[in-house]
Design a binder for this molecule. Structure first.
Ligand SMILES: [Zn+2]
Length: 472
């Protein structure tokens, strides 16, 4: 090798710099004045800024030397099949809200609506730093796949599925997508085939059933088996309220988690959403099964699920259960900002246990990134900033009251940031947000279109959301 060859910079697509690069690599290293080199959508190297800039010649340099850079945020539970942020009547709890507002609004959405909702949701998530999300069952799957592929976001999804033969009975459920267990399992299988045939590298399949008292044991067991057969992820809502637990105790004589275990539907390819009503035995059953969880703190609080009384978040974390953070449907959270979920994930368990060390800031940031990727069984591809992983990267603008003064970047991000501080986002090396502007989606047009759909759907289901105070 000649001297010239030794010193010639290596050509890469992109280099991203930051004041703090929080890697979440196996040693949890943080680089102060660091940089990331990216080639072919994949991280080539993470290191000190001077060394990376000396070694690599990037086609694009994202030079943000005052920023905090973290792996892409993961939303472990975000419905696309949902309607009308802020439209859900106030005062609803899980079981009543589902049957009076959520299911009817789902049923009203057309294929064109779903395509627009999917693009709008992706736009909002990307704007706030989410690079990967789990969609727990949508309708018009083909339209959703097209929309997500065009948006640049990474996702796992499948078709909305139930057989309306669960312990809660069929009373109050819409006719929409009513089918028996065999037909439901066929729909799930077709969903896997549809996603795989679509063949987009950023979109993976999931076996998605609803689960809150609406699905039979046969469907639960069959869905769990499908996830094994296809090496996929079985996603469902579970232990979402004390009322659900009491219902299953009445009908089955055991709690929801224990019942899933009894019927052979709990294993390491299962992602359980919500999980706000647990006991110590549930925690042990989940740990032993290898199942994963998405906790959705703002949804839990808004629907009064009792997450601080019966959530067991400290115990689940101590047991090493892979945990994602989610925001749930936009009408039960009114936002899709994982920064806000991260703050609550750190703080709620502390108040619940009166233990300021119940969940650390580092644990909360891990749930929002690598933990989420692990919960979605995608930790080999994303979740941390290390060579060989997909370049899913979030750059926070720190020149604001969220993040300055800046001494401990982990604490500032977890306690102080909101998604509005996200400045730049890369997904698989593609720049999808730069200086807070989306590169592939028209934010204003999507807002206009979504509001028009919402007005139509709310008219169809007879809901007019307004404040309780007189409007003159
Ligand atoms: Zn949900």
């Amino acid at each position: 090798m000649t001297a010239t060859e030794r010193t010639r910079p290596v050509a890469v697509d992109t280099v991203v710099t930051g004041e703090w690069i929080i890697t979440l690599n196996p040693d949890r290293e943080i680089y102060r004045d660091g940089a990331i080199a990216i080639a072919g959508g994949v991280i080539a190297e993470v290191g000190k800024r001077d060394a990376i800039l000396a070694k690599y010649q990037p086609a694009t340099l994202i030079d943000e030397p005052r920023s905090i850079v973290i792996p892409g945020l993961v939303n472990g539970h975000r419905h696309l099949l949902c309607c009308a942020k802020g439209a859900m009547p106030e005062g609803g709890q899980t079981l009543s809200a589902l049957r009076q507002f959520i299911y009817p609004s789902f049923a009203a959405l057309t294929e064109d609506d779903m395509a627009i909702y999917a693009r709008h949701a992706a736009a909002e998530m990307i704007r706030f730093g989410t690079t990967l999300f789990e969609e727990p069952g949508c309708n018009h799957l083909d339209a959703v796949l097209e929309a997500l592929a065009a948006s640049g976001i990474r996702a796992r999804t499948g078709p909305w599925t139930w057989d309306q033969a669960g312990p809660a009975g069929a009373d109050g459920l819409p006719d929409w997508l009513a089918m028996d267990a065999d037909a439901a399992l066929e729909r799930l299988r077709e969903g896997i085939h549809a996603v795989r045939k679509f063949g987009h590298p950023r979109i993976l399949d999931a076996v998605t059933i609803e689960g809150v008292g609406t699905c039979s044991d046969a469907l639960n067991r069959g869905a769990a088996d499908l996830a094994r057969e296809y090496d996929s992820l079985f996603v469902l809502h579970k232990s979402t309220s004390q009322a659900e637990v009491e219902l299953e105790l009445r009908v089955f004589g055991e709690r929801p988690v224990a019942h899933m275990d009894t019927i052979g539907a709990l294993h390491d390819r299962v992602l359980l959403n919500h999980m706000t009503s647990l006991d110590e035995h549930d925690v042990e059953v989940i740990r032993a099964s290898g199942a994963r969880i998405s906790q959705n703190p703002t949804s839990a609080l808004k629907l009064a699920k009792g997450t601080t009384q019966t959530g067991k978040w400290k115990e689940l974390a101590a047991a090493g259960v892979p945990m994602a953070l989610g925001t749930d449907a936009e009408n039960v959270s009114n936002h899709t900002d994982i920064c806000r979920a991260m703050q609550l994930a750190a703080l709620l368990p502390r108040d619940a246990t009166r233990d300021p060390n119940a969940i650390s800031a580092e644990q909360a940031l891990e749930m929002a990134t690598l933990g989420g990727a692990t919960a979605l069984r995608m930790q080999d591809q994303v979740g941390s900033l290390e060579p060989g992983k997909q370049a899913d990267i979030v750059v926070f603008d720190t020149d604001n009251f969220d993040l300055r003064p800046l001494h401990n970047p982990v604490a500032n991000i977890v306690y102080g940031s909101t998604g509005h501080s996200v400045d730049t986002v890369l997904i698989g090396g593609e720049i999808v947000l730069r200086h807070k502007a989306l590169t592939s989606l028209d934010e204003q047009a999507l807002r206009r279109d979504v509001e028009a759909i919402n007005r139509r759907v709310l008219g169809e289901i007879g809901i007019a959301p307004l404040p309780q105070w007189p409007i003159r």
